[in-house]
Design a protein around this ligand. Structure first.
Ligand code: UGY
Ligand code: MN
Length: 262
């Protein structure tokens, strides 16, 4: 149900939801409960806001359907704000300041603070889907970031912490200028984390494929493709991949390379 799958109106059952919102701790946001938002600059886009500072995140995540003519040519990001844009489906032209690139599924662009990101659907009249992120950049003297444009198909597949059926891909460079990174973790059915993580860093995670049972603050919850998870600082977290045949994978952000502020 819900606007994202165009299934609105009365249901023949009791209203129910898989959403769980624990502010400043964690959140599970399935697509069914999302609503359409209009934000100046975004034209012909259906846009849902995911994690924000109101939920306890230091970043903002969005999921966007770019309709025919969907674009943001007014510009996104800019002074003090770094941005990341990931093409989930379709074909999207992006500009970092004035340099043009084309993204297809798995393609992404990172724009440093001060660089304006623009984008436009270029999928021949069909919709495209994208994930968008912004955060205040935490600068460190002597280091800087740069525009990154790539596709996950080009990235090294790393056996995660020695487990061959858990694959990690790092989307941004390890340079200390970057105060965050995006990663994809992909678990074959039956694979899992090696331990329940408890760490200072936050995540916003978009489920790309498959199904898993996720431990968030020691509650086990089923999640699947299309769901979004917010994991705040220190929330215990781990997953078992379940489902049949398809890997459980998700795209997620993680802050890095900075000493926590007092
Ligand atoms: O990088 C991470 O912290 C990652 N392993 N966390 C997670 O998958 N919840
Ligand atoms: Mn983690």
């Amino acid at each position: 149900m819900g606007y994202r799958n165009k299934n609105t109106g009365y249901v023949n059952d009791i209203l129910a939801s898989r959403s769980v919102i624990k502010r400043a701790n964690y959140a599970i946001i399935p697509p069914d409960g999302l609503v359409n938002n209009s934000i100046p600059g975004f034209e012909n886009c259906e846009l849902s806001i995911l994690a924000t500072p109101k939920l306890g995140a230091t970043f903002v995540d969005y999921i966007i359907t770019l309709l025919d003519g969907g674009q943001n040519k007014a510009g996104f990001g800019g002074e003090g704000i770094e941005t990341f844009f990931y093409c989930l489906e379709g074909k999207i032209t992006v500009w970092a300041d004035d340099a043009e690139h084309t993204l297809e599924a798995g393609g992404y662009i990172y724009c440093p603070a001060g660089v304006i990101l623009k984008f436009a659907n270029s999928n021949g009249g069909a919709n495209s889907e994208a994930f968008l992120y912004k955060k205040k950049y935490e600068a460190v003297a002597g280091y800087e970031t740069h525009v990154v444009v790539n596709n996950v198909a080009n990235l090294e597949k790393i056996a995660y912490e020695g487990m061959k059926d858990v694959i990690l891909q790092n989307l941004l460079p390890a340079d200390l200028g970057f105060d965050m990174n995006f990663h994809i973790l992909s678990f074959e059915p039956g694979a899992c984390h090696g331990y329940i993580e408890t760490h200072y860093q936050e995540h916003g995670a978009y489920m790309l494929s498959g199904e898993g049972v996720y431990n968030l603050d020691n509650e086990w919850v089923p999640v699947k493709k299309g769901d979004y998870l917010f994991m705040g600082a220190y929330v215990p977290q781990a997953t078992y991949a379940v489902g049949r045949g398809e890997a459980f994978s998700y795209l997620y952000s993680k802050d890095c390379n900075r000493d926590p502020q007092l």
